[in-house]
Design a protein around this ligand. Structure first.
Ligand SMILES: [Zn+2]
Length: 422
């Protein structure tokens, strides 16, 4: 039975307007409410009052994904505003977190109830849906939102102020103060055709994170110290990414946000277990140089590494020479593959790409370059900074810095102290 039939049957059953019921039903399905639950909820809405249909008051900590709908009294922690598109129409939604003494919960409001951080509300008949395994509240047309005079005290921070290191994917309505380290303009295929966006890197005292500004704000420029209000956070290649929308307020700060030059140093095992890091420093022993290191060739079309002049996507191509190193770094807690680009590889090799090509020609073997590099680095301790991504290809650290740790006991002790006090 499709949605039209279901809506028609329900409307006739309830003696309600067919189009109205259908619109409501589609609306509920849009936010992933299972159809049976959606029908139940509409029965309550059109059920003609009375009958004690209002759900029982519930502590937030007790709300589960088994609940169809609940009534909660809670403090609004954050309010983020965003538009989403559904079946060609744009909807403005409000999302964030609510809390009481027993816990906190995410919500999405499909109507503008005038929610503000710090307000105490009672949300009657709030729908419950599952989002990434956790219950989330849906405040929609059938929800009654009442503002309470008495302030509920909650053991959580009100408002969305956060430092970059605190951000997690899924956070909404967050405010950060950061400096724009890098920014570039790109054109993407947006939902309304080619769209200009900005992407780059933000930094504060605690971390560096990638960002995307979907509605370019003129103040987002390299070197600018900014307060960004009403951002949301998504996961991008295993790391949190800050998203700015048309509702994000960008205000230049009259102070320069301080940035730490060092990346946080982590144990390899811990960093890998967390699923990645945008800017991290790992220190370990270089166990081996992997195949595909030294002189390599890339496809001129897609830049992927090719074997014997064959690209997996583009067939036989005229390969472009390049240098890289894929080295296994181990600190006793875990292992990553550090990937060095041409510049870093030239440093380690002690020669340029041209030198490497000549070296290979003389030896009539391109492997001599990788062998040479392995001889220099294997068995030594290195400090590697870069972007750690963990996926089906394993744990790869895209290196931006690659430095030999000197065999100086004093240095070693200092490094250990830094690690302990971090
Ligand atoms: Zn290709």
């Amino acid at each position: 039975m499709d949605i039209d039939d279901r809506a028609e049957a329900l409307a006739s059953d309830l003696g309600a307007d067919n189009e109205e019921v259908k619109a409501d039903l589609q609306n509920l399905l849009e936010y992933d409410v299972p159809i049976d639950e959606a029908v139940q909820s509409l029965r309550r809405k059109y059920g003609g009052g009375g009958g004690g249909a209002a759900p029982a008051a519930r502590s937030i900590g007790d709300v589960t994904t088994e609940d169809a709908s609940v009534t909660v009294t809670a403090r609004v922690l954050t309010v983020g505003k965003r538009t989403i598109r559904y079946q060609g129409d744009d909807y403005t939604i409000f999302e964030g977190e609510l809390a009481d003494e027993s816990g906190r919960i995410s919500y999405t409001a499909w109507t503008d109830f005038g929610l503000e951080p710090g307000a105490t509300i009672t949300a009657g008949n709030a729908g419950v849906r599952e989002w990434e395994g956790e219950p989330e509240l849906n405040l929609g047309e059938s929800t009654d939102v009442t503002f309470e005079d008495e302030t509920l005290s909650v053991p959580y921070e009100i408002g969305g102020d956060a430092s970059l290191a605190d951000l997690d994917p899924g956070d909404r309505g967050v405010n950060v103060e950061a400096v724009v380290l890098e920014v570039e303009s790109r054109t993407i295929d947006g939902r309304d055709g080619p769209t200009d966006i900005l992407s780059g890197v933000l930094a504060d005292e605690t971390a560096r994170l990638p960002f995307t500004d979907w509605n370019p704000h003129p103040d987002v420029a390299e070197g600018a110290s900014l307060r960004l209000e009403n951002c949301y956070v998504r996961e991008f290649r295993g790391v949190p990414s800050v998203n700015l929308s048309e509702f994000t307020t960008v205000t230049p700060l009259d102070r320069a946000v301080e940035v730490s030059d060092a990346a946080p140093r982590r144990a390899v095992g811990e960093a890998v277990a967390e699923g990645g890091a945008f800017d991290v420093e790992l220190v370990g022993n270089l166990l081996d140089v992997r195949d595909g290191s030294g002189l390599i060739q890339r496809c001129p079309e897609c830049n992927r590494v090719i074997q014997n002049g064959q690209c997996r996507s583009h067939g036989e191509v005229d390969g472009v020479d390049d240098l890289r190193v894929k080295a296994i770094l181990d600190d006793g807690t875990g292992t990553v593959t550090a990937v060095l680009d041409r510049d870093l590889t030239e440093e380690v090799y002690g020669g340029t790409l041209a030198d490497a090509l000549e070296h290979a020609r003389d030896a009539m073997d391109k492997e001599v370059v990788a062998d040479d590099i392995a001889e220099r680095v294997v068995g030594k301790e290195y400090r590697v900074r870069g972007v750690l991504s963990v996926d089906e290809y394993g744990a790869n650290l895209d290196a931006s810095e690659f430095d030999l740790v000197e065999e100086d006991p004093g240095e070693r002790a200092r490094a250990l102290l830094t690690e302990v006090s971090a």
